[in-house]
Design a protein around this ligand. Structure first.
Ligand code: SAH
Ligand code: DHB
Ligand code: MG
Length: 224
């Protein structure tokens, strides 16, 4: 097994079931044009988010970490007519690029990008006491992933799906002495899930066009 076969199979799957249209390829191109790092999910993982959203009938979606709006576009496309997606982004320049990409995809009506630190905005969302979210995608900075997850539960109902990106990091999570703050952040979340009675959770490892990584997939059972 080598990485070449993972890339070839990823391309095989995306050619069959994860085709990008121009709005998505333009979004990826906009990152290079604007000097923004290429950290979007892959096409197949964008499709995977859609499958998960549709399986839980998601109408209200929360995303942490917008970047250029690539995952946002995949998810907003899986919303029903009256669906809404709120995406949090700390960097105003990234958020402005994402807004253009989302507009270009014809999804501006469904997507609300909020600029600021997720840890500042999440308490506001709780205070608003709106309807709970059906689906939450955590993909912002890694050190506070455990805190993000705890906020996500507070914004959920039983049955809400919470997905967290980049929790395997090429297997670096196996290193108990890692000094990498991103690795430590996701290790802390992964380990907390073992005792978390509010969710039924697993971690799916992923390979393909991006580096070996993984996603937490958790369904909320109860909220206490
Ligand atoms: N979900 C995107 C990729 C997100 S990359 C996609 O797949 O297309 C992570 C993003 O989180 C970056 O844009 C970064 O600026 C943002 N971010 C980092 N720290 C943050 C914070 N404290 N609050 C909100 N967003 C943050
Ligand atoms: C990083 C963040 C991401 O969301 C991602 O998908 C890949 C890498 C990072 O900060 O290293
Ligand atoms: Mg990510």
């Amino acid at each position: 097994m080598n990485e070449d076969i993972f890339l070839k199979v990823d391309n095989y799957i995306s050619n069959l079931l994860g085709q990008e249209d121009k709005a998505l390829t333009d979004t990826i191109a906009s990152l290079d044009n604007e000097n923004i790092p290429q950290m979007s999910v892959s096409a197949n993982l964008g499709k995977f988010l859609q499958v998960l959203m549709i399986s839980c009938n998601a109408k209200r979606v929360l995303e942490l970490g917008t970047l250029g709006g690539y995952s946002t576009i995949w998810m907003a496309r899986a919303l029903p007519e009256n669906g809404k997606l709120i995406s949090l982004e700390i960097d105003k320049r990234y958020a402005d690029v994402a807004k253009k990409n989302i507009e270009n995809a014809g999804l501006a009506q469904k997507v609300d990008i909020r600029v600021g630190k997720a840890l500042d905005i999440l308490p506001d969302l709780i205070a608003q006491n709106d309807e709970p979210f059906d689906f939450i995608f955590i993909d912002a900075d890694k050190p506070p992933y455990t805190e993000y997850f705890d906020y996500a539960i507070k914004l959920s109902r039983p049955g809400t799906l919470i997905v967290c990106d980049n929790v395997v990091r090429e297997g670096k999570i196996l290193d108990e002495n890692s000094q990498d703050e991103k690795v430590r952040g996701v290790q802390r979340l992964n380990e907390s899930l073992k005792e978390n009675k509010n969710v039924t959770a697993t971690i799916m490892q992923t390979v393909g066009s991006k580096e070996h990584d993984g996603m937490v997939i958790a369904v909320v059972n109860r909220i206490d």
